[in-house]
Design a protein around this ligand. Structure first.
Ligand code: FAD
Length: 303
């Protein structure tokens, strides 16, 4: 229950971005709505009663209640907090809409991008029959497979989710230990785990048990587990994205390290990267690739 890094900048930008994307693409995938978090103790309730009057927290708090707010659906004997400026993005639907749009405008090729086919020229790069000023690598944890990007300090943080079917719809997004967001029909997504050590490329019984246990502690609604998924989050040592040119190749541009928060970070920082590429702005120091000195030994870096 901490305010996320740069929330006051990121949230207005993501709200603008996803609304505009819905208009451009003609599909719905952005669902702003409140989140309910039950309190775990009277002490926590008191802390939040105090915080609600603070200027920095006010806009993010819809309601605080010491009484049980959704007693028939959630375990919340000490009440809870309804947070504002929340919601969810249906990412598969968003990705499909973008992908269809790019296909219709003949702007995308679906194939494996191979470093071996890149020609580095004095004023840019050439890939097959495509010439460009540079390449932007947004390859997540697969950055390790490219000669150009394998030195990036990207670490895999595995996450698992459950898909559950519920007998009744939750009245809000509930989030404590796990989140529950609508998926399709009576199905809801429950997530997520955070696993740095056992990063096998499969779902695990431990992941299922952990999520099932946390869900049972949160809600009273009967449910059935119908699916389980996994993925890798591309994290960095300081938990900030990585933007900018590779030090030894200024035409190789990086947009990575979105970690656990790609949905909220990407709108703001993709705009920052674009403005920098157009010579109309800077990359802020906390996310600039130059902060990783070990990458900068070979040549000077554009900032
Ligand atoms: C279980 C789980 C829950 C999460 N929950 C949330 C959440 O609630 N909110 C949130 O904001 N974020 C969440 N995230 C994090 C979010 O998914 C990431 O921040 C985001 O996916 C990072 O986006 P990306 O495009 O940088 O990398 P990725 O999503 O990893 O995409 C990189 C893509 O590049 C492709 N690629 C790589 N190399 C090549 C190549 N040579 N040729 C062609 N294609 C290539 C890969 O196939 C991949 O599709 C979650 C992640 C997980 C795993």
């Amino acid at each position: 229950m901490a305010k996320t890094w740069q929330a006051d900048l990121l949230f207005p930008e993501l709200d603008f971005f996803y609304r505009q994307a819905e208009q451009t693409l003609g599909h719905r995938f952005y669902y702003p709505q409140g989140i309910y978090r039950p309190f775990l103790s009277v002490e926590e309730q008191n802390v939040w009663m105090g915080k609600s009057s603070e200027v920095t927290w006010g806009p993010y708090i819809e309601k605080i209640d010491s009484q049980s707010l959704f007693p028939h659906q959630v375990y919340n004997p000490w009440g809870g907090i309804i947070l504002n400026k929340c919601g969810y993005v249906d990412v598969p639907k968003f990705m499909k809409s973008v992908s269809d749009f790019l296909t219709q405008t003949n702007s995308i090729v679906y194939e494996y991008f191979s470093d071996d086919l890149i020609q580095h020229l004095p004023d840019g790069v050439c890939y097959k029959d495509c010439r460009a000023a540079g390449i932007i690598y947004c390859t997540g944890t697969d950055s390790i497979f490219s000669k150009q990007t394998s030195d990036l300090p990207i670490r895999k943080l595995k996450g698992e989710t459950l898909t559950v079917e519920m007998e009744e719809d939750p009245e809000m997004i509930y989030n404590r230990g796990v989140y529950i967001v609508p998926h399709q029909g009576k199905q809801f997504r429950v997530g997520a785990t955070y696993e740095t050590r056992n990063i096998t490329q499969e779902v695990t019984i431990e992941g299922r048990r952990e999520l099932d246990q946390k869900l049972k502690e949160l809600i009273r609604i009967p449910y059935k587990i119908v699916d389980q998924n996994w993925g890798f989050r591309p994290t960095t040592p300081d938990r900030r994205p990585i933007l900018g040119s590779m030090p030894d190749s200024k035409n190789v541009i990086i947009f990575n390290g979105l970690g656990t928060k790609g949905v909220s970070l990407a709108p703001y920082f993709s705009a920052q990267l674009c403005n920098w590429l157009l010579g109309e702005g800077k990359i802020q120091p906390e996310v600039n690739i130059v902060r990783f000195k070990s990458l900068s030994s070979k040549s000077s870096v554009a900032v």
